[in-house]
Design a protein around this ligand. Structure first.
Ligand SMILES: Nc1ncnc2c1ncn2[C@@H]1O[C@H](COP(=O)(O)OP(=O)(O)OP(=O)(O)O)[C@@H](O)[C@H]1O
Length: 283
């Protein structure tokens, strides 16, 4: 099966500021890709580029194997999007919104929408502009999940949610990919969420991909080792992903712990530690 989303060598600048440099990764069918990077790393710009909301300078974006600029409006319905600040019509109640969305999307699934509204504990009678930030977020997620999308682009979608709402939303995201034909790009700063649901990890820093890998491979094979600078040359260059300098010592992230020379001990790491390591490392 072809990738649902394929981003190849994307470069984007705003004036002299190059914010995406050679960005390359993909979302295969069945995958939940955790998209991770510090504030300003380029996550939202990447997602906006995918949607054609900002133009890119060079590179290609393919959605469902078609260049995103050529994508037919009907196929656009197959993309569900949640941004941090969504603009759903403020003066409508959920029932009224349902009537609008029914006309907007050929594939609108009212039953599923109301099911999600119920399990997200959203009020039917309040207007959207009376919703809290978290409630608005849950509503946006319910909308994105209710038009039979094949690809979900979720930008910080779980950020403002309380722990039990986050769990409900994460369960729905896992449900979304369960038949193996749909995929999700999920940007988040909450590493426990990524750890819970992601099948793939894409870490970026200053518009560049530092690591793009299946999560299980990272957990099974990757390791962080502490070495003296004199020991650096004994490490196989092909397995060195990134390193951090601490004076005469280095912490090194390697992609295959089995390739480590004898006498160099590896340590396990949490997703949080991996995230901090990568964003503070040199390549
Ligand atoms: N419209 C714009 N004009 C100029 N610069 C922009 C614009 N949009 C984004 N940028 C810049 O692009 C860079 C990447 O921003 P982006 O919003 O993609 O980061 P992000 O990874 O989503 O960050 P956060 O985690 O804080 O949401 C930042 O330096 C930002 O200032």
């Amino acid at each position: 099966m072809v990738d649902l989303l394929e981003i190849r060598n994307i470069r984007k600048s705003f004036g002299n500021n190059v914010v995406l440099k050679d960005m390359t990764f993909n979302v295969p069918p069945g995958a939940i890709v955790g998209f991770i990077g510090d504030n300003g790393a380029g996550k939202s710009t990447t997602i906006k580029t995918v949607l054609g909301l900002v133009s890119h300078d060079t590179g290609t974006v393919k959605i469902f194997d078609e260049e995103n600029i050529n994508i037919h409006p009907e196929k656009k319905e197959m993309i569900g999007v949640v941004f941090d600040a969504m603009n759903l019509p403020a003066h409508l109640t959920i029932k009224q919104l349902n009537n609008v969305l029914k006309k907007l999307y050929n594939t609108w699934d009212q039953n599923h929408f109301y099911q999600l509204i119920h399990s997200f504990h959203l009020p039917m009678d309040k207007k959207v502009n009376e919703f809290s930030r978290g409630m608005s977020m849950k509503l946006s997620i319910a909308v994105a999940l209710s038009h039979h999308a094949k690809l979900l682009l979720l930008d910080e979608a779980t950020g403002g949610l309380d722990p039990s709402s986050r769990e409900e939303v994460l369960e729905e995201i896992i449900n979304f990919v369960k038949y193996g034909d749909k995929g999700v790009l999920l940007s988040s700063h909450i590493m426990s969420d990524i750890e819970k649901v992601a099948s793939h990890l894409v870490f970026i820093k200053e518009g560049e991909v530092l690591l793009s890998e299946e999560k299980d491979k990272v957990i099974e094979n990757y390791a962080i080792v502490d070495v003296h600078e004199n020991q650096l040359p004994v490490l196989n260059k092909n397995i060195v992903v990134a390193k951090r300098n601490h004076g005469s010592h280095f912490s090194v992230l390697v992609s295959d712990r089995k390739e480590l020379p004898e006498g160099i001990d590896s340590k396990n790491f949490s997703m949080d530690e991996l995230s901090v390591f990568l964003t503070r490392s040199e390549k």
